[in-house]
Design a protein around this ligand. Structure first.
Ligand SMILES: [Fe+2]
Ligand SMILES: [Fe+2]
Length: 289
């Protein structure tokens, strides 16, 4: 089977909300301004309302309430609001598939939030823009799993069988049944949706072995490694529910790139759990996306 068959199978079923596509296009053209961002979001009133609600929640802890989108962009910043809009757009793809009996969507969404929360800690960078990028990378890393289940329900059931009964890894089972993996499918869609290359790489390499060839292709190693490590750590911590429980080892060069010494790794778990609780509080439940 070819990866391009995904587009024919999926049509508009998996289409990213147009707000996210417009935002990604503006970012690509380097023409996203506070004004254009507020205008794009305003065209989707339910999304605008959710963003305002989130902006005023304890997630951002603003001293004063904001009552307009323009104000929210001014106070919280262009990048923050942009990433919130993208996160809610990814969430809406999960939600669209909530009734699918083949998969525990709520569990996978929580796994994605946990990966996002963990990646914000593991990227080990105090700049909010880097942390927000890491959060988005974690949120979106398994998006390909959903697209595969929707496009190939029969084959996906066989994939799950191979994972559960034959103990295969998700990637190996997908390769055997479909000829490509959920990380390849996710990267394929992220490219179609015009996400930046570093987010595409975070999806594409979240189960990688990191051969020399892989390493040469990665545009932002800190981001990719933070998502890779986050995906594995949250599985060990039991936060959310991933499709397979296989945990990859985190090689020393990843910790080195993230500038995290091995002695502090156990203590990071508490910070990850706190960050997850905060994010899960705001990105789950009715009306979150
Ligand atoms: Fe995955
Ligand atoms: Fe994952």
């Amino acid at each position: 089977m070819k990866l391009t068959e995904l587009t024919e199978k999926i049509h508009d079923l998996q289409s990213l909300p147009s707000v996210a596509l417009q935002i990604n296009n503006e970012v690509k053209k380097e023409s996203l301004t506070s004004k254009t961002l507020a205008a794009i979001i305003s065209n989707d009133p339910p999304l605008a309302a959710k963003i305002l609600k989130l902006a005023n929640s304890s997630f951002y802890g603003l001293a004063r309430q904001v009552d307009t989108l323009d104000r929210a962009v001014t106070v919280l910043g262009l990048n923050t609001i942009k990433n919130v809009a993208l996160t809610l757009s990814v969430c809406s793809i999960f939600k669209k598939n909530a009734a699918n009996p083949s998969i525990d969507i709520e569990g996978l969404w929580r796994h994605s939030i946990a990966s996002g929360a963990a990646a914000t800690i593991l990227i080990n960078n105090s700049r909010p823009t880097e942390k927000e990028k890491a959060f988005l990378g974690g949120i979106i890393h398994d998006i390909g799993a959903i697209t595969l289940i929707m496009a190939f329900p029969e084959e996906s059931r066989l994939v799950f069988k191979k994972i559960q009964e034959a103990g295969m890894s998700q990637t190996a089972a997908e390769q055997e049944v479909l000829g490509f993996s959920h990380q390849e499918a996710g990267a394929f869609f992220a490219e179609k949706w015009h996400f930046p290359q570093e987010i595409i790489d975070a999806i594409k390499f979240h189960h990688a072995d990191y051969t020399q060839d892989d390493l040469k292709k990665i545009s932002n190693k800190k981001l990719v490694f933070s998502v890779y490590a986050a995906n594995n750590i949250v599985k060990v911590m039991g936060l959310g529910k991933s499709i397979d429980s296989e945990v990859g080892t985190i090689p020393k060069f990843i910790w080195k790139e993230l500038n995290i010494s091995e002695e502090v790794i156990p203590s990071l778990r508490a910070a990850i759990k706190d960050e997850y609780d905060l994010a899960a509080n705001h990105f789950t439940g009715e009306g979150c996306c």
